[in-house]
Design a protein around this ligand. Structure first.
Ligand SMILES: Cc1ncc(COP(=O)(O)O)c(C=O)c1O
Length: 385
């Protein structure tokens, strides 16, 4: 089956569920047993739940993995992966422009628990060689395209290098979705999604989904999920399943609108620089064409010429359709002031090194009519001139 067919039909057989065409919401904590020792498929929803199982199997199928696990938020999913595969004394190498919440978790929690955390600019794969030559690395954690500057790393090359050194490779594939990029096919072991974003697509669920490549990785991760209990609830799983049915269509519309808006922003007088890997001006445009041939996704980031919080606020306050909000990946267009929102926990000097300036705005371009989106953004930008 092709991607868009799988997204609608994968992993659900209506014959097993009274021919209910859509997966039912099994809003149960427990499943009754006939007697002692009976082997029933479901017993207690922390262990597994039929609605969650359909979602997990669907995402595993879309990412070409063997199993998936759905958590109560993206951060709960990342934490479960790191807690499963890292122990005190181990080294994790993470991309330097990692999502702010993941940065906080590494620095505020994992480093304090004795994990050696190394941040590196992996857009140059030779930087990973240098690290691997000096120390034993347990896990390499990638994120591409990154949040918010949409920098890319070469997944295949980095995975080859990490695997040759005996490290596991995990990747945050939230911005790309399995529609645009399937990292397990490029050598990664673990794929993570903040399903809160595009997989859900309608800004009404918080969820993390982790997909693994082998049964050997699935077992300890499932144990961690069961032991720590941060599972996704049945209703949320059903909503994300429903979102996934239109993932291909939505991603096509996000990519089309975002590319058009990015092109127009490049010639707007209020804009200093546009970050969108689909544009020839982006530093990783060639890699983007090779690694993400179907499209680059819906996020477009800009530096305002007037690099100030006041100018950023003026743009935000002058837009009507595009709302300021913390997240991204829904059908509606949003804007984020990363300096004070997504990356607020990151120290000022680290933000400057990461390129998170006060005049940076990250747009999540939705699937509304592109002329309406442009009218809203371009008029608001004029207020900074
Ligand atoms: C790239 C990326 N990874 C992980 C997360 C964390 O996911 P959640 O907010 O669902 O916990 C986010 C949230 O913004 C994100 O953008």
């Amino acid at each position: 089956m092709e991607f868009s067919t799988k997204a609608i039909h994968s992993s659900y057989d209506c014959d097993e569920h009274n021919r209910a065409l859509m997966p039912p919401i099994y809003q149960n904590s427990m499943f009754a047993m006939h007697g002692i020792g009976e082997q029933t498929p479901y017993r207690y929803s922390r262990l597994s739940n039929p609605t969650r199982q359909v979602l997990e199997d669907t995402v595993a199928d879309l990412e070409q993995g063997v199993a998936a696990f759905a958590f109560s938020s993206g951060m709960a999913g990342i934490d479960a992966v790191w807690r499963t595969f890292l122990k005190p004394g181990d080294t994790v190498v993470a991309v330097s422009d990692i999502y702010g919440g993941a940065y906080d978790l590494l620095v505020d929690v994992y480093a304090k628990w004795g994990i050696n955390v190394v941040f590196a600019d992996l857009s140059n794969p030779a930087n990973l060689d240098d690290i691997l030559a000096k120390q034993t690395v347990k896990l390499v954690w990638l994120e591409t395209p990154s949040n918010p500057l949409l920098r890319l790393v070469d997944i295949k090359t980095l995975a080859e290098k990490a695997k040759a050194a005996g490290a596991l490779v995990g990747i945050d594939n939230t911005f790309a979705t399995p529609y645009l990029q399937q990292p397990l096919t490029l050598g990664c072991d673990i794929v993570f999604h903040s399903a809160t974003k595009y997989l859900c697509g309608h800004s009404d669920v918080l969820m993390g989904v982790v997909v693994v490549k082998t049964p050997e990785l699935a077992k300890p991760l499932h144990n961690m999920m069961v032991n720590t209990g941060a599972i996704a609830g049945p209703m949320d799983c059903w909503l994300v399943l429903r979102g996934i049915k239109t993932l291909a269509l939505r991603m096509q519309a996000h990519c089309r609108n975002a590319l058009e808006i990015a092109k127009r922003l490049e010639s707007h007088p209020a804009i200093e620089r546009v970050f969108y890997p689909g544009l020839p001006s982006h530093e990783h445009h060639e890699l983007a064409k090779a690694q993400m041939p179907k499209g680059i996704g819906g996020v477009v980031t800009v530096y305002l010429k007037n690099d100030s919080k006041a100018a950023a606020d003026s743009v935000i306050q002058n837009m009507n359709i595009v709302k300021m909000a913390a997240s991204l990946g829904g059908v509606e267009s949003l804007v984020n002031h990363c300096y004070s929102q997504s990356h607020s926990g990151v120290p000022h000097d680290v933000k400057m090194q990461m390129g998170i300036k006060e005049g940076l705005l990250r747009f999540s371009i939705g699937v509304e009519d592109v002329e309406d989106i442009w009218q809203d953004i371009s008029t608001a930008l004029n207020s900074t001139l």
